[in-house]
Design a protein around this ligand. Structure first.
Ligand SMILES: Cc1cc2nc3c(=O)[nH]c(=O)nc-3n(C[C@H](O)[C@H](O)[C@H](O)COP(=O)(O)O)c2cc1C
Length: 260
């Protein structure tokens, strides 16, 4: 995975109104069929015309297409979804196609109907697809300011050594890049719920819950899937789920371990 893509990606909510070239649509369509995730839970993508399917979002303008994805309702489905959808986001960006993760600012029932989501599936988020306009709309600028979209927490508050009290410092360039890739990741309302505790070669991922959501799935587990995608995209490793004996606060849940 390319660190440059991770560094330069930003949510795009204002598009140039031109749609996407046939060639780029073909490349993206081929890529989304090849995406895998370390949970081996199938995530099925669909590109839908906005006009044809009556799809829109109040924060998005100039878009002609949306991409949706569905995942079977099962343990770890949110993380698998986050991992796979973020791979799509980064690949799209490599083609110059902008995206925005949208989990809230949409008429969910319309997207779910058009994507044919069944009772046994969830569709946590969708995204518009298109080439960015030259300038952001006023509503997009206002939104970015309101959620401090360009800010990220310092690494000392996110990454720890052996326990949650000791900030992680390492000279390993790959690990530092992988941690920076996590730090820069997009998250719902930019809340950055990921925390990592290193023990030897193992990096334990935790979710610090700070967005309350309704429904039967957890949007911040999607954020954790995105963090895992960035970390493993840079550093590789093997994913397992087996909670270590590390003391955590009540609002913090163990998610997965990546061993390098
Ligand atoms: C799971 C998830 C859900 C999101 N839902 C929305 C949404 O409903 N509407 C929206 O405008 N942005 C949404 N975002 C985008 C975030 O606000 C954005 O990623 C964050 O503010 C950081 O900005 P950046 O993506 O430009 O780095 C979502 C992001 C994630 C990861």
């Amino acid at each position: 995975m390319d660190m440059e893509l991770i560094r330069t990606r930003k949510s795009v909510r204002t598009f140039d109104g031109q749609g996407i070239s046939e060639e780029d649509r073909e490349k993206l369509s081929t890529y989304i069929r090849s995406i895998e995730n370390p949970y081996h839970i199938p995530v099925r993508f669909m590109i839908l015309g906005a006009k044809k399917h009556g799809l829109s979002s109040p924060v998005i303008s100039g878009e002609h297409f949306y991409i949706t994805a569905k995942v079977p309702k099962t343990e770890h489905c949110e993380e698998a979804f986050g991992y796979a959808f973020e791979k799509m986001v980064l690949y799209a960006w490599s083609l110059g196609i902008g995206t925005t993760w949208i989990g809230g600012t949409m008429k969910r029932e319309v997207f779910e109907r058009e994507a044919g989501v069944t009772e046994d599936e969830i569709m946590p988020c969708v995204s518009p697809l298109g080439y960015p306009a030259k300038n952001r709309s006023l509503k997009e600028m206002a939104m970015r300011t309101a959620i401090r979209a360009d800010k990220r927490l310092p690494s000392d508050e996110l990454f720890f050594d052996n326990d949650f009290g000791t900030p992680l410092h390492t000279d390993d360039i790959t690990v530092n890049n992988a941690l920076e890739a996590v730090r820069l990741a997009p998250s719902a309302v930019n809340r950055q719920p990921w925390r990592i505790v290193r023990q030897g070669d193992s990096y334990h991922f935790y979710e610090k819950k700070n967005v309350s959501g309704g429904g039967d799935w957890d949007v911040q587990k999607v954020d954790l899937g995105i963090a895992l995608c960035h970390f493993m995209g840079i550093a590789g490793g093997t994913l397992t789920v087996s909670s270590p004996a590390i003391q955590t606060a009540d609002d913090t849940e163990y998610i997965a371990t990546v061993t390098l």
